[in-house]
Ligand binder design. Structure first.
Ligand code: GUN
Length: 300
């Protein structure tokens, strides 16, 4: 059997088009242009590329972006002061501090300084706490796991009562992905580098999200026939046939797993484009939240 290929690029394009339409509508109605502030600290090449892509995608849907770059020697105070300034800036509806921060900076404190209503990454401890609690709803959900769920929905996955396995326990992907699956009534197992018998745990999954950052770790015999497999990994491996000398692969051994899974995301072109699409959706939501606050203030 060959799995259905979940086309993240096409699904992300659909989300971006929806956002572009809604942005155009609100601007035509005299409302504010949604604004995204990006904060890049240091000179991590991958982070620079990600931030550039996020700003380009923003411009394409009519979202204004404000890029802020600080040197790798920036102090905790400088980073927090920038966040405080962006919290107060009425043109800014979303603040994205690209992670990881250079060593020596306290990520937890920086994320906690971001206004809850502008936390388009969903990393503020209150948004994370709400996501982790039953019956509570965060204002924003982290972009990559939110994108994984959209891909699963589009591919026709049923969540209620399904066995879902999340491979990886990062704050950015694994943990929030598990919470989102739990909110959808899946039975969720989170596994990680210390878990015993990973292949057997993964084989129990109707839905498998791999987010460990280890090239092609998930093999065909780790996958239940017909399972939905979402591959979050982006890993470089050597490839002498390429001019660059490398190619990108996921955490899943795609060529063999596609013969077993029911549906699978490719790398690249799977989860990656969804992260940016969900960020744009969250930024639009940030602008809508600001409108709601303005209406409430006027009525009070
Ligand atoms: N680093 C890797 N993924 C992300 C993300 O989704 N948001 C931010 N801010 N940093 C990241």
């Amino acid at each position: 059997m060959t799995a259905h290929l979940i086309d993240g690029a096409a699904i992300a394009a659909k989300v971006r088009a929806e956002v572009a339409g809604l942005v155009a509508q609100r601007v035509a109605a005299g409302k504010s242009i949604p604004g995204l502030a990006t904060v890049l600290v240091g000179d991590n090449a991958a982070s620079q590329t990600y931030v550039r892509s996020k700003r380009k995608a923003s411009a394409e849907v009519g979202i204004e972006s404000f890029g802020h770059e600080l040197s790798k020697t920036a102090t905790q105070r400088e980073v927090e002061e920038l966040v405080v300034q962006l919290n107060a800036d009425r043109r800014v509806h979303g603040i994205l501090v690209q992670l990881p921060l250079p060593g020596g900076l306290d990520e937890e404190k920086v994320l906690a300084a971001i206004s809850l209503e502008k936390d388009v990454d969903g990393f503020h401890p209150i948004n994370v706490g709400r996501l982790a609690m039953k019956g509570r709803r965060p204002l924003f959900v982290p972009c990559t796991p939110a994108g994984c769920l959209v891909l699963l929905e589009e591919a026709g996955a049923q969540f209620r009562g399904a066995q879902a396995v999340v491979l990886g326990r990062s704050n950015i992907v694994g943990l929030p992905a598990a919470m989102l699956l739990l909110h959808r009534d899946a039975t969720v197992t989170i596994c990680h580098s210390r878990s015993r018998d990973l292949p057997a745990i993964c084989r129990s999954a109707d839905i498998l999200i791999a987010a460990v950052g280890r090239a092609q770790m998930v093999r065909a015999d780790w996958v239940k026939p017909g399972a939905f497999v979402i591959d979050v990994g982006i890993n470089r491996i050597e490839d002498a046939a390429r001019k660059s000398g490398y190619r990108l692969v996921g955490d899943v051994a795609f060529d063999e797993v596609k013969e077993v899974a029911g549906a699978i995301t490719p790398v690249p072109g799977g989860v990656g484009p969804m992260t940016i699409a969900m960020l744009l959706r969250n930024t639009l939501r940030g602008a809508e939240l600001a409108d709601e606050r303005a209406v409430a203030l006027a009525a009070s």
